[in-house]
Design a protein around this ligand. Structure first.
Ligand SMILES: [Fe+2]
Length: 298
């Protein structure tokens, strides 16, 4: 144990000396998803294996506890949650469970963005009351800061998905994004964190991903509407080193849009594809952005 502690200390010192920032990323904790999907034909097998003999939320809690213990040992600079924190905004029990557990990360800061399940009682449609729910529990749904020369941008992807219905909110977020990017040096690392991947190249999906993602849903359930994809990427394109991190698919995927890398991370909660539940470790210095997926043991 002592030996591990020393290795971890030496590793941390190496990161500090090399000015490497370490970030842990989780997504789709989605507390309550198991219980809510027990009767679903599509997901009942996995949900049942997670739910029995105790309630489904126990496994969701167990995975978050594993992550919190891991994080407290690793002591990263910060933690990011890419959304779908809970499955249903009108069920207080999973939300309270999440809030109680996540406190134990303190003093390591955690930054959230909302998923589609966090901003609407119907996860397919974001609503003003859903935005109120998110903002009153987690604060701003889009914001940004600069750290060690990298610009961190957190976005509410549901405003892109619902851009017609929530027009003024969508426009306000777009204005915010443009204002941040306009004055930035083109050499700045740009890291965007949001829930939906803005774009997926269907050729990058594995066979099983194509099956479960596109079997009964069109591709636009998972990504931005076609008519706004180009405008979004045009804002990011001038920067040499930019990566977009998302969740939503409950499996891992690396894809790109005209050379801009998009990294999708599997869920810390219920997985839907071949990948296990897990989280991602990011190491960032002035020139490089590296990341690596870590599985949570069964
Ligand atoms: Fe989602």
């Amino acid at each position: 144990m002592k030996c591990f502690k020393n290795v971890s200390k030496m590793y941390k010192l190496r990161l500090i000396r090399k000015k490497i920032m370490k970030i842990l990323l989780i997504t789709d904790t989605q507390f309550g998803m198991c219980d809510d999907n027990l009767s679903s034909k599509k997901w009942s097998k996995i949900a049942k294996s997670w739910s029995l003999p105790s309630s489904g939320i126990e496994k969701e809690k167990q995975n978050l506890k594993y992550f919190i213990d891991y994080t407290n040992k690793e002591n990263p600079d910060l933690v990011i949650h890419c959304g779908d924190i809970v499955n249903r905004i009108n069920n207080n029990i999973p939300l309270n469970e999440y809030m109680n557990l996540i406190k134990s990360l303190n003093p390591i800061p955690i930054y959230h963005v909302p998923g589609n399940h966090d901003v609407g009682s119907d996860p397919n449609i974001a609503s003003y009351s859903g935005l109120d729910f998110y903002r009153s529990n987690f604060g701003k749904d889009y914001y940004s800061f600069k750290k060690e020369g990298s610009q961190f941008i957190f976005l509410n992807s549901s405003l892109f998905i619902n851009y017609r219905k929530l027009k003024s909110e969508f426009e306000a977020q777009n204005k915010f994004l443009k204002e941040i990017l306009i004055d930035l040096n083109r050499d700045t690392n740009i890291l965007i964190f949001l829930h939906h991947p803005p774009y997926i190249n269907e050729n990058d999906l594995s066979e099983s991903q194509s099956e479960y993602l596109l079997g009964d849903k069109p591709i636009d359930y998972w990504i931005f509407p076609e008519e706004i994809i180009k405008d979004f990427f045009n804002l990011v394109k001038p920067f040499k080193n930019s990566v977009i991190y998302s969740g939503h698919l409950h499996s891992n995927l690396i894809t790109s849009y005209k050379g801009i890398k998009i990294v999708v991370t599997s869920s810390l909660g219920l997985p839907l594809g071949e990948d296990n539940s897990g989280f991602r470790i990011l190491e960032i210095d002035k020139k490089n952005i590296k990341d690596n997926f870590v599985e949570v043991p069964d």
